[in-house]
Design a protein around this ligand. Sequence first.
Ligand SMILES: [Cu+2]
Length: 215
Amino acid sequence: MRNSALLVIAVLIAIFAVPPAISVASATPSGPSVAPSPSFFVTIGVDPGGATRFVPATIIIPQVNITLNITFMNNYTVGGGMVHTFSIANSDNSVTEIGNSSTASVAPGKNISFEFHINSLTNITYKGVSFTPESSGQGIRWFCIPHRSAGMTGEILLAGLTGPTPEKGILIRAYWIGIIGIAATLAWTIISYFIIKSSSGHFKDHHEHVRKGLP
Ligand SMILES: [Cu+2]
């Protein structure tokens, strides 16, 4: 009887102790979104074949309220290369807020680094000035001033808006599969214990056998 009491206690401990451990593990991926204001570093180059386009032409940020630090490398120098800019316009296209200075024109073989804060996809802060950036439809448009008409553009997208995030579904599914698996195992252990205990006379006399030195 003392054994079965111990078993019940062990089962109860297992049921109540294991789920929190799993939920802590499954909650971990949501940690970064709790972080106040992280920085995100990206390097953008130009087409290695000399075409007027950015490579890559898409920046996917993991969240808004993030400082985006961009290094733009004008890494095509064949035949003297071309001068490019990395620019973001105000939403009414009247003012080019980022890149509207001589230092934003990047000569072949040179690169520039700058950063701005993305408060939301419709509000960014650059050098202390907040404005609504030109939209690309889903995100923020950036472009090269001399080659915009030739299609030298790019966009900043928010990860959650560009497609489904299957990771979360898998985690929740795995969590429930784990819980059901643990519960089934425990149930089967308890059932087996009582089936064996009630159907076997041998086990009832086990202590007596041990005392007599029998197997
Ligand atoms: Cu250009």
